[in-house]
Write a protein that binds this ligand. Structure first.
Ligand code: HEC
Length: 138
């Protein structure tokens, strides 16, 4: 019996340690808070393209067009887009977080792509979803 108790104590300690290790870190922006949101499909593409379509319409369509074909003088076409094809979902999420200001030599439009498309309320999950969505168009 006492041995069994020991086991439980050790197990609880191990869990507590794991929880600490997992949540400490770079303290990024994004969703913070809640801890136990492990998606089955972790690693790489955790975005949901269907949910991303809603994010796209709400935030990106103004500049990139309702069907992602681009808008003259605003956002470039995202379908087709070699950039979207060449970058992984994670890379696209990183890109969208930063955007591409006119000061970036890679900028071709002379118009800023604002960080998160100018919508700071988008969560990491929203960004994964919208990245999955624009990849699904290519
Ligand atoms: C205020 C207008 C604006 C909004 C809103 C906007 N973008 Fe952009 N985006 C741009 C512009 C302008 C560029 C092109 C910059 C350049 O000249 O390279 C761009 C470029 C991109 C690119 C790179 C395309 C390529 O082929 O190089 C991606 C990917 C992208 N946007 C995704 C998004 C997503 C996803 C959203 C919504 C979360 C979004 N954008 C919202 C203006 C916008």
């Amino acid at each position: 019996m006492t041995l069994k108790k020991m086991f439980i104590v050790v197990a609880v300690l191990a869990l507590a340690l794991a929880a600490c290790g997992g949540s400490s870190g770079d303290g990024g922006d994004g969703d913070g808070g809640g801890s136990a949101t492990t998606t089955a499909a972790s690693g790489g593409g955790s975005g949901d393209a269907a949910a991303g379509a809603t994010v796209y319409t709400g935030t990106c369509a103004t500049c990139h067009g309702p069907t992602a074909g681009g808008v003259d003088g605003l956002g470039k076409p995202l379908a087709p887009s070699e950039f979207v094809v060449a970058n992984s979902e994670d890379e696209l999420v990183a890109f969208i977080k930063v955007g591409r200001p006119t000061s970036d030599p890679a900028n071709t439009q002379g118009v800023d792509m604002p960080p998160k498309g100018g919508n700071p309320s988008l969560s990491d999950q929203d960004l994964h979803d919208v990245a999955a969505y624009i990849k699904s168009l290519n």
